[in-house]
Design a protein around this ligand. Sequence first.
Ligand SMILES: [Fe+2]
Ligand SMILES: [Fe+2]
Length: 155
Amino acid sequence: MNNTSNWLVHDHHKYDAALDECEMAADVGEWKNAKRLFQNFVTDLKLHMQMEDEVLYPLFVEENGDPEGIIAHLSEEHDYLARLVHDLAYIIKANDFDHFLDSLEPLHKAMNQHNEHEEKVFMNMANQSILMRRDEIMERLHAVQNKQGRRSWDY
Ligand SMILES: [Fe+2]
Ligand SMILES: [Fe+2]
């Protein structure tokens, strides 16, 4: 949090590490553990995406508009991630462990690509006015935790 805009890209490394851990468990056949790790990952990711969908993305649009559709594109990437999570949830429900790792890999890759893309966008868009509103924004991010999210998840 010492970098000026680090607080905007909260926790991305955590999701990468969580999926690494899940993959390792699945790889050695620890299915129960892999499922638990995946469930925890999804719970955290849902909240993270909700904070972006409902606070950060609208904030950037409010500040800078979105003439090139960059924020809209990030939002579409979220839709895609949610679809991949849905597929994995289906695989878990069906106890189809042969396909678990195969499906985890594209999610991991798509998420890392999205996070990298998002970090670039946030760094570019974090103007002085947004950085000065840090406390207010943090409060709004925090408030999301107690709200029902708008995105529908089947998992
Ligand atoms: Fe995101
Ligand atoms: Fe993010």
